[in-house]
Ligand binder design. Sequence first.
Ligand SMILES: [Zn+2]
Length: 175
Amino acid sequence: MSIKTIFLDRDGVINHEVGYLHKIKDFQFINGVFEACLYFQSLDYHIVIVTNQSGINRGYYTELDFHRVNSWMLDQFHCHGINILDVFFCPHDPDDDCDCRKPKPGMLLKAKQKHGIDMNRSWIIGDKEADIKAANAAGINQTILVKSGHAIDSKNSNAGHILNSIKEVQSVIRN
Ligand SMILES: [Zn+2]
């Protein structure tokens, strides 16, 4: 028994990128996120968030700050009838050389093992090439890069699809 999942990056995909976001007042949902997630649920996808949070080990904010924002975000999803199966975050900075910071696939593989996720039937939606690399390394080949976060280099991207934002996913994810 395995489940299919939509993996979402957070900053730039779910909320507007502000750089080391750690305050609820700076968290602004991107237009269309709730509709997209309700659509995923209607297709029987689970939703898992995987986010690099190097601001923690860089000392810009604490793990508690992250959890505070995270709980608030999950509440907002709940209010819209959306259940997020799990959230994985990497607190490390690039010098830590961990195996969870994307483009490493650590968080995705952990999610796969913990929840019995069928990577072949799963998707990732990210705003950086690192999201696509992590996905491919974890056996996820259905990939979407959105332009709502960091500037992207579409010509040199390995993403399967490039969309303006998560609002447009219904044109790509159909079953
Ligand atoms: Zn890490």
